[in-house]
Design a protein around this ligand. Structure first.
Ligand code: C2E
Ligand code: CA
Ligand code: CA
Ligand code: CA
Length: 275
């Protein structure tokens, strides 16, 4: 890119230029991706740590780009947030996930990720209510996953919005707990049903040092507040064993299953992941 600094210097970095161009191209193709039907959802099972059976699936978006192949949500969700297109894309995810979940056995829930942008100045209660109604999915089978960035401003407004959602009967999970600005105070102030302990904390288990103690403290505090705990990114049997011993009620990670296509769900529902 050509940039003229305040001091009048000019520089040209060909590698940065290529990266910026690639980003601009990605943005252009993202604009039409929804209309071109290039998104689909995959589903990762969340396992009941005691029963060893699937209790829900988290819906995760995938973008099949015509030339680049599969693009990671980590690369395009930030672009979608910045442009505001996440509102249309997120609406599609919600409807698609509810429609899919309505075909599953009644005890199985679906978790949908929401960006903070989707809540800004918008009535999510109406949007979620209509997705439930149109799909016929019982509200208690929908879990809304939010990261704590949503709680950083407007405590009162956000608190109200979340309570309104709960009024619909849906459940609310705090995603990526233990990253960024996590505050245990949020757990008291906001009406969460579940916290999801981030994989960055789970990855270190067992470390024989302080890291484990943090995870255990979070689990025990959540329990004392009546909040259930899902541990994310569980990759080894040792991690699973520890988390279960410490009372994590649910676990999710490659140890059990990667995210799968909807067609693979029936076979996952027959599996047991613990003795
Ligand atoms: P997330 O909500 O924290 O989702 C968990 C991510 O961890 C997923 O990556 C999942 O495939 C990955 N994962 C699961 N188990 C393991 C494991 O054992 N080890 C490792 N290393 N990773 C594991 P994915 O699907 O690439 O999604 C990345 C992020 O993109 C999500 O993080 C979420 O923040 C965002 N995202 C995905 N789908 C949506 C969506 O529909 N809407 C919004 N707003 N964000 C989404
Ligand atoms: Ca999530
Ligand atoms: Ca997460
Ligand atoms: Ca994450």
């Amino acid at each position: 890119t050509k940039a003229s600094g305040r001091g009048g210097y000019q520089f040209f970095d060909p590698a940065a230029d290529v990266r910026l161009q690639a980003l601009a191209d990605l943005k252009l193709s993202l604009r039409d991706a929804l209309a071109r039907d290039e998104f689909h959802l995959v589903y990762q099972p969340v396992i009941d740590a005691v029963q060893g059976t699937v209790s829900s699936f988290e819906a995760l978006i995938r973008w099949q780009h015509p030339e680049r192949g599969l693009v990671s949500p980590a690369d395009f969700i930030p672009l979608a947030e910045e442009t505001g297109w996440i509102i249309a894309i997120g609406g599609w995810v919600l409807r698609e996930a509810c429609k899919q979940a309505a075909t599953w056995p009644e005890g199985i829930s679906v978790a949908v990720n929401f960006s903070a942008v989707q809540f800004e100045g918008r009535n999510m209660e109406a949007e979620i209510g209509s997705a439930l109604k149109d799909s016929g999915l019982a509200p208690g089978r929908l879990v809304i996953e939010l990261t704590e960035t949503i709680l950083l401003q407007d405590d009162d407004a956000k608190n109200k919005a979340l309570r309104a959602l709960r009024g619909l009967g849906v459940r609310i999970a705090m995603d990526d707990f233990g990253t960024g600005y996590s505050s245990l105070g949020y757990l008291r102030r906001f009406p969460f049903d579940t916290i999801k302990i981030d994989q960055s904390l789970v990855r270190g288990l067992p470390d024989g040092a302080g890291g484990d103690a943090i995870v255990y403290a979070v689990i025990s505090l959540a329990h004392s507040l009546g909040i259930s705990v899902t541990a994310e990114g569980v990759e080894t049997p040792a991690q699973f064993e520890l988390l279960r011993q410490q009372g994590a009620s649910h676990v999710q990670g490659y140890l059990f299953s990667r995210p799968v296509q909807a067609s693979e769900i029936p076979s996952l529902l027959t599996r047991r992941f613990a003795e």
